[in-house]
Design a protein around this ligand. Structure first.
Ligand SMILES: [Zn+2]
Length: 241
């Protein structure tokens, strides 16, 4: 997409993030989010409890407590930091919706299913994969131990072949929850052996309301500025005019 000649409807920002909050969404047995007032001597960082200001510590795990964006540092010993990756403020983005297919005890997204919805579209920088069913309860779902759907290695090869650099999904991971550490889809996405795609990102645990139709959007992938392999993020879609 030629971003210089694309008109965007800025009045219709579509937030596709799930907030980090106590009792929120949870995956990979991450501890729950804790937000509590800082205490020191007589000071308490809680106005309701007599403090002059609210001044709270927050404990969370980016991978398990909400919408987050990660880089190859998630699986690489060099521990690359996702906040050091530079990408355009706006990126052309496809939003597609698929029902995972049952294979044995698993639910999978296959290459063939992605080809059905993507093969005729022009190339974009980013893609959002929404999976079905898409109940609002996804925003507080407890995924740990539930063996959620995931992408096959071949499906990820297909997305890479289409040139996408930023992959977003409502799933908690692109790989099977317990895969013995193989992480095949992650490794394909980042070209783990070749190192040619270490500038690419994966964003997991988004939620795209069912009222938002599939199609082309402009994406702003807003990252919290933490120096780590994954950070809370707030992706926003803008409709095209
Ligand atoms: Zn993750």
């Amino acid at each position: 997409m030629n971003t210089l000649s694309t008109a965007i409807d800025f009045s219709k920002a579509i937030d596709i993030s799930i907030p980090f909050k106590p009792q929120g969404v949870n995956a990979f047995w991450a501890p729950d989010v804790v937000i509590e007032p800082f205490k020191s001597g007589d000071f308490i960082g809680d106005v309701k409890q007599g403090g002059s200001v609210n001044f709270r510590n927050i404990q969370f795990n980016p991978h398990g407590n909400g919408t987050h964006t990660e880089c190859v540092g998630h699986i690489h010993p060099d521990w690359q930091k996702v906040n050091e990756i530079m990408f355009p403020f706006f990126m052309g983005c496809d939003l597609v919706t698929l029902p995972p297919q049952r294979e044995g005890g698993d639910l999978i997204i296959t290459r063939e299913a992605l080809e059905m919805v993507l093969s005729l579209l022009p190339k974009q920088e980013a893609i959002v994969l929404r999976t079905l069913p898409n109940e609002v309860s996804k925003k507080s779902l407890k995924y740990s131990g539930a063996n959620p759907p995931y992408l096959t290695k071949e499906a990820m090869h297909y997305l890479v072949s289409r040139g996408y650099q930023h992959f977003l999904t409502d799933l908690p991971s692109v790989d099977k929850e317990q895969d013995g550490g193989r992480l095949e889809a992650h490794k394909v996405w980042w070209d783990y052996e070749g190192g040619s795609r270490f500038h690419c990102t994966i964003t997991e645990l988004v939620y795209v309301d069912s009222s938002i139709p599939d199609g082309r959007y402009m994406l702003h992938l807003g990252l919290a500025n933490f120096a780590s392999d994954a950070v809370p993020s707030r992706p926003i879609l803008f409709p095209l005019l």
